[in-house]
Design a protein around this ligand. Structure first.
Ligand code: ADE
Ligand code: ZN
Length: 382
């Protein structure tokens, strides 16, 4: 099984994730800032009747653990690829496309997300999309990325598995040297399709020795519980692959419990609805289960009404192992840095909490211990 950029063989224990969190004194954000411009971005903080105050926001080195590569297709790239491939889009121009980015729920987004994948035809298309993401992610402070791809969404429209996997993988293979971002690839399976379909694609991926570090579970959550995919996740575990699953985005807290118990996942993607179940929160805290939270996504897909009402501060206060991620940044109004800026602006997230979120992301990754140590040192932990 190939891995990228010094990542561990799948199944290797991420020992650092069990290390106790340093205290605020041990974490030294000033040190973390030494290799970056002191003021990477500014945010504007002002109540309605107060003068605008520019607050410097430092970019922290982070791991992005929840990212769908197809969700990084920016409108401009959609049009460029459509032109290159002679595909007629159902939108006359960028404005008409952007006008569709008003989502009412997860499904309304998924409809557009899958439709726009039509422009991805060749290995070059997948490679160009991946390169564009890594360039933007590096500028956002991302130093390690675990990138999901939805193979079934491509195979089902006649694109060979090799085309999509090799196109993305060819860029990930050089991501550390080219962008300073170590990467791992995760094959995500569409939970609204059958388990047989997923098992068939997983076997193909294994047969072609695809460079995947793990599997995930995404797409329409409600009505497609984890129990549907027990055999898939057992097969992935047997093959030495890491396992993650979306749960508790729109679905109930019981889906989080089932993903942990029935699928033996190592991380939960989203997981925000755990806050409805105090016993579950207690369990997640005790086990330090990583939850890859995506604040801007949650607002855009109406999982929460506004960012001001997002449960992230309560999740941090409860001691949950949360990180901040962009999910589908081209659709949800921003990359990881945009998420951090909005969190600081709207929720007043402190520097201590931002360092904690960054540290959680690194510790919860599947990167090897050497890479984790390197990134934690950049963050100010030694
Ligand atoms: N596929 C891409 N983005 C997703 C999300 N936020 N939830 C479920 N499936 C997805
Ligand atoms: Zn997602």
């Amino acid at each position: 099984m190939e891995t990228y950029d010094g990542a561990p063989e799948p199944g290797g224990a991420p020992a650092l994730s069990d290390a106790p969190l340093p205290t605020a004194e041990e974490a030294n954000p000033e040190h973390a800032a030494k290799d970056r411009p002191a003021e990477d971005q500014t945010v504007t903080e002002a109540a309605a009747d107060e003068p605008v105050v520019e607050q410097p926001v430092k970019l922290l080195p982070v791991a992005e653990l929840h990212l769908h590569i197809e969700g990084t297709l920016e409108p401009e790239l959609i049009f460029a690829l459509a032109e290159r491939n002679g595909i007629e889009l159902p939108y006359a121009d960028l404005d008409e496309l952007r006008a569709r980015y008003e989502f009412t729920d997860l499904q309304s987004f998924l409809d557009l997300y899958y439709a726009n994948m039509a422009v991805l035809q060749t290995e070059q298309d997948f490679a160009d999309m991946t390169r564009a993401y890594l360039e933007r992610a590096a500028a956002a402070g991302v130093r390690h990325a675990e990138i999901m791809i939805d193979p079934q969404a491509h195979v089902s429209r006649g694109i060979p598995l090799e085309t999509c996997v090799n196109g993305v993988a060819s860029v990930l293979a050089n991501s550390l040297a080219e962008f300073g971002v170590s990467t791992l690839l995760i094959a995500a399976f569409l939970r609204d399709l059958s388990e047989e379909s997923a098992l068939g694609v997983l076997e193909q991926l294994l047969a072609m020795n695809a460079p995947i570090a793990g599997i995930g579970l995404d797409s329409a959550e409600v009505g497609n519980p984890p129990a549907k995919f027990e055999r898939l996740f057992a097969r992935a575990k047997e093959a030495g692959l890491h396992r993650i699953a979306h749960a508790g985005e729109e679905g109930p807290p019981s889906y989080i419990i089932d993903a942990l118990e029935l699928l033996d996942v190592e991380r939960i993607d989203h997981g925000i609805r755990c806050m409805e179940d105090p016993d579950l929160v207690e369990h997640l805290v005790a086990e330090r289960v990583p939850l890859t939270v995506c604040p801007l996504s949650n607002v855009r897909l109406r999982a929460v009404d506004t960012l001001a009402e997002h449960p992230l501060p309560a999740m941090l206060a409860a001691g949950l192992n949360v990180s901040v991620n962009s999910d589908d940044p081209a659709y949800f109004g921003g990359y990881v840095d945009d998420n951090f800026v909005q969190l600081q602006t709207v929720l007043g997230l402190s520097e201590f909490d931002r360092v904690r979120l960054a540290s959680n992301s690194i510790r919860s990754s599947f990167a090897d211990d050497e890479r984790k140590t390197e990134l934690l040192a950049e963050l100010g932990y030694s």
